[in-house]
Ligand binder design. Structure first.
Ligand SMILES: C[S@@+](CC[C@H](N)C(=O)[O-])C[C@H]1O[C@@H](n2cnc3c(N)ncnc32)[C@H](O)[C@@H]1O
Length: 387
């Protein structure tokens, strides 16, 4: 973990950067989709997987009818030349919940392509961000250069944020955001081994310096441990069948690539829905490799105490197991009293630091869903620090 980054503006007045070309608001992204252009990020292969109607309409400007394409929207060499990385979900909802404004300090624990951070910075707040992925950090730092005085990115797992922020001299947060899971870049980059649609090494590490890879699990774990992993991490109903097939196949040839595993699963579990039969196995492996549930639990346990009174905690999750963890933790952290059958009377809850802002998870609206199918599974929950 590197903490070399210094955040000079943390203890200083906010510096409002000039409106950069890369700092276009979310609504411009939506507009850009609607007019059929993909204006400043270039193209994404993940878009092909996510957009059933095809990506062609996103990557070129509408024809002028005379065969000549229109000039680019922005001059070459501008920050829009950054390749596509990730399209943030529930952007307006995040802003509504966090209410970023000058003088506020917001923690973004999943910086990714920097989309949410950029929107928060545009509102005049300062952002201290983390990501465990070096590629995400490099990309977002480049994108957010115009905000150098009010933005800092630190490498690390958000489960370790108390240590990382303490070392960076940061405390007293007005808002915290985590938007968990993989980015579109993870799925696009075959060499990272996250996608069952592209051939790559069976890796799946977000932090490429961590030890365990997906190949280690499928090639060395006992059959019953693989079965339990598939069931517990992804509620895979075919867990036993897949675990048995993995162990049989690896005796002949170890698994080294994503397609080798995905094709084997498709062979033993014929497709029954629109989803690829390997979807849950890949999710289960990814969660184990990156210890995603444990990281989420650790983060949620520590987060409330880092918020100022009235500060807000926002979590975006992408599948039911994660959302359940958030829902149950928030329920516990917002219950003033605890009760158990063996207790004569309810007791005060020492972990009660929050007030629920969302009783039900917030989901993407129809416009966002039509523009970004990945938002389909996104669930946002928010709670506020009590005084
Ligand atoms: C869905 S993307 C976030 C996208 C981001 N909100 C944006 O606007 O571009 C998730 C990012 O979180 C990172 N990540 C996931 N789990 C993490 C963890 N436990 N600690 C730090 N980073 C994590 C991933 O590497 C990835 O870059």
């Amino acid at each position: 973990m590197s903490h070399a980054c210094i955040f000079p503006a943390l203890q200083m007045p906010v510096f409002l950067s000039p409106w950069g070309i890369s700092a276009l608001p979310w609504r411009r992204v939506l507009e850009a989709f609607q007019v059929g252009v993909w204006p400043w990020f270039g193209t994404s292969d993940a878009m092909d997987e996510m957009m059933p109607w095809g990506r062609g309409s996103l990557t070129s400007r509408p024809s002028t009818g005379d065969g000549a394409s229109e000039p680019p929207l922005l001059p070459a060499g501008s920050p829009r030349e950054l390749p596509f990385y990730h399209l943030p979900v529930l952007m307006q909802e995040v802003l509504d919940m966090l209410q970023p404004a000058p003088g506020k300090l917001i923690f973004d624990g999943t910086l990714g392509g920097g989309g949410h951070s950029e929107a928060i910075l545009q509102k005049g707040a300062r952002v201290v961000a983390m990501d465990q992925d070096d590629e995400a950090l490099a990309y977002a730092k480049e994108r957010l250069k115009p905000y150098a005085e009010s933005f800092c990115a630190l490498k690390g797992n958000f489960r370790d944020f108390p240590k990382v922020l303490t070392e960076a001299g940061v405390g007293g947060l007005d808002g915290m955001l985590i938007d968990i899971g993989v980015s579109s870049h993870h799925l696009d980059a075959a060499e990272r081994g996250f996608s069952f649609a592209k051939d790559g090494p069976l890796d799946m590490r977000m932090d490429t310096q961590s030890a365990l890879t997906a190949a280690d699990i499928v090639n060395t774990w006992a059959q019953e441990d693989i079965e339990r992993l598939l069931y517990e991490n992804a509620e895979e109903s075919q867990a036993r069948r897949i675990a048995r097939a993995i162990v049989q196949d690896r005796a002949l040839k170890p698994f080294t690539t994503t397609l080798q595993l995905a094709e084997m699963i498709a062979r033993v579990c014929p497709k029954q829905s629109k989803r690829h039969p390997a979807t849950q196995t890949f999710q289960a492996l990814r969660c184990e490799v990156n210890q995603e549930y444990a990281a989420l639990r650790d983060f949620l346990a520590a987060a409330p105490k880092w918020l100022k009174p009235g500060g807000r905690l926002v979590v975006i999750s992408f599948h039911s197991i994660e959302d359940r963890i958030v829902k149950q933790t928030f329920a516990h952290q917002s219950a003033p009293f605890l009760d158990r059958p063996e207790w004569p009377e309810p007791r005060r809850n020492p972990d009660c630091h929050l007030r629920l802002i969302t009783r039900k998870p917030v989901e993407a609206g129809e416009i966002e869903l039509s523009l970004n199918p990945r938002a389909r599974s996104a669930r946002l929950r928010c709670a506020e620090r009590l005084s």
